[in-house]
Design a protein around this ligand. Sequence first.
Ligand SMILES: *[C@@H]1O[C@H](CO)[C@@H](O)[C@H](O)[C@H]1NC(C)=O
Ligand SMILES: *[C@@H]1O[C@H](CO)[C@@H](O)[C@H](O)[C@H]1NC(C)=O
Ligand SMILES: *[C@@H]1O[C@H](CO)[C@@H](O)[C@H](O)[C@H]1NC(C)=O
Ligand SMILES: *[C@@H]1O[C@H](CO)[C@@H](O)[C@H](O)[C@H]1NC(C)=O
Ligand SMILES: *[C@@H]1O[C@H](CO)[C@@H](O)[C@H](O)[C@H]1NC(C)=O
Ligand SMILES: *[C@@H]1O[C@H](CO)[C@@H](O)[C@H](O)[C@H]1NC(C)=O
Ligand SMILES: *[C@@H]1O[C@H](CO)[C@@H](O)[C@H](O)[C@H]1NC(C)=O
Ligand SMILES: *[C@@H]1O[C@H](CO)[C@@H](O)[C@H](O)[C@H]1NC(C)=O
Length: 455
Amino acid sequence: MASLLLLLLLLLAPAEAGTSHARVFSVADYGAAGDGVRYDTGAIQAAVEACAAAGGGRVLLPAPGDYLTATVHLRSRVVLEVAPGARLLGGTRQGDYPPESRRWYVVLAENTTGAGVTGGGEINGQGGAFVVTPNAQKNIMVSWNVTGDCKGDECRPRLVGFIDSKDVRIHDITLNQPAYWCLHLVRCDNSVIHNVSIYGDFDTPNNDGIDIEDSNNTVITDCHIDTGDDAICPKSTTGPVFNFTATNCWIRTKSCAIKFGSASFFDFKKLVFDNITIVDSHRGLGMQIRDGGNVRDVVFSNIKISTRYYHPSWWGRAEPIYITTCPRHPDSKEGTISEIQFINISSVSENGVFLAGSKHGLLRNLKFKNVDLTYKRWTNYSGGLYDYRPGCQEMVKHRTGGMMLEHISGLEIDNVRMRWTRGSLKGWDVDPLLFRASTIDKLSFHNWQSLDVSR
Ligand SMILES: *[C@@H]1O[C@H](CO)[C@@H](O)[C@H](O)[C@H]1NC(C)=O
Ligand SMILES: *[C@@H]1O[C@H](CO)[C@@H](O)[C@H](O)[C@H]1NC(C)=O
Ligand SMILES: *[C@@H]1O[C@H](CO)[C@@H](O)[C@H](O)[C@H]1NC(C)=O
Ligand SMILES: *[C@@H]1O[C@H](CO)[C@@H](O)[C@H](O)[C@H]1NC(C)=O
Ligand SMILES: *[C@@H]1O[C@H](CO)[C@@H](O)[C@H](O)[C@H]1NC(C)=O
Ligand SMILES: *[C@@H]1O[C@H](CO)[C@@H](O)[C@H](O)[C@H]1NC(C)=O
Ligand SMILES: *[C@@H]1O[C@H](CO)[C@@H](O)[C@H](O)[C@H]1NC(C)=O
Ligand SMILES: *[C@@H]1O[C@H](CO)[C@@H](O)[C@H](O)[C@H]1NC(C)=O
């Protein structure tokens, strides 16, 4: 922990030193109305360009003010500063965004060095305006797919994006009501995300919290994420994800709190998740490796989890820990997952731990140390299904157990306790362990207990 804090201080130090003397360009001086009705795009972008031309600094959105805008393009060394009480509001018309859907963001930095977002205020995607039919199970959303540049039902703008950028700094900011993914880093290097609060509608699909794609050296600290879809989500589509840490975070999601994939074409290496609280989520710690990338060297430590069932149209089956690799399509490559440690974890959940590799994509050398798992039921959704989605065997009817193990080589259990409140486990077969022995090799149990605490 101490070394992580030191690393954070070192990483933040140059940015802080830079901004304290940096020139400030207030959008008010460039004609911004800040009335939430007229578009301030021109004024904001003019302030950004002037700031960039001056060698960098801060672009201030002063309070009070609601600044409605089309896509704002950040430049190198320009930090967008939304003052406490001010809001940047994303436009809700397709014409507010660039023609190419991969560039649909309210705030977008491409090819930048040292750009950032901060200021204590809020960036708001007006996600509610994209709901066609509100539905407590899952909202039906608008999809901007008529031009054909984006296909399917997930064509909506993201909130904040950094693409091909270095030294990204995002701190002390609220990101509210994204229409689609909230904070997205793509092929970035050396990024710090600190004290960021994210609020997405709990019934809206695809409003992920933080998606870190194809990026190296990312540090997330002190985040608060309360949203419908996955909260912290490393993905690999065009390159690997190396050196990623997330610490001191609080998460609630109707999907998976920490999810690797499911885009997983390249490797994930050296990731640390420490001091994280996950409440009322559909899944806790998850890996959905489906496309041939390998995961290696990951530590999850000091994590409290509570997971429950939600409507099955959301991926997840209340598993506190869900580590899977299997081929998405019959011809997909099978990645492996190895050297994964779970240390000091406690959970209360409506379903068991699910650890499933596949024939050519084994789980290797998993270690559970000081893990306390409590099982009980408190919602009335039915259980009894294993969830291999996306692809693979999809949903499989099965008994429910404390830990389900499949295609593993090397599993070390050291000081793991399972507690059952049998009376509340309607419809459960109370099996502490379920596994197909022929697919498991090198199991080691030390100090393992399974207790019925209702007696
Ligand atoms: C970013 O850099 C790439 C490669 O140099 C270039 O093709 C692309 O046009 C640049 N994008 C922007 C927005 O500057
Ligand atoms: C466009 O989005 C709508 C709404 O989600 C969906 O029903 C439709 O199938 C999509 N059409 C295409 C061509 O992707
Ligand atoms: C975190 O950011 C918020 C603004 O989003 C700010 O009010 C708060 O003081 C920050 N917390 C710390 C510890 O700096
Ligand atoms: C991340 O590091 C790997 C390994 O060195 C490299 O191949 C990849 O290009 C790096 N990605 C970025 C965005 O710098
Ligand atoms: C990952 O971090 C280590 C230092 O801990 C560094 O030596 C290595 O170059 C980093 N990898 C990438 C791809 O940046
Ligand atoms: C753990 O994170 C919480 C915020 O979620 C913070 O208040 C607490 O101080 C952190 N604990 C340690 C030991 O860093
Ligand atoms: C796990 O918890 C113990 C006891 O609180 C502590 O001594 C140890 O440092 C923790 N391990 C990790 C990896 O944080
Ligand atoms: C579950 O409980 C809620 C009320 O808490 C009720 O409205 C719903 O019909 C129940 N569903 C089932 C499948 O029993």
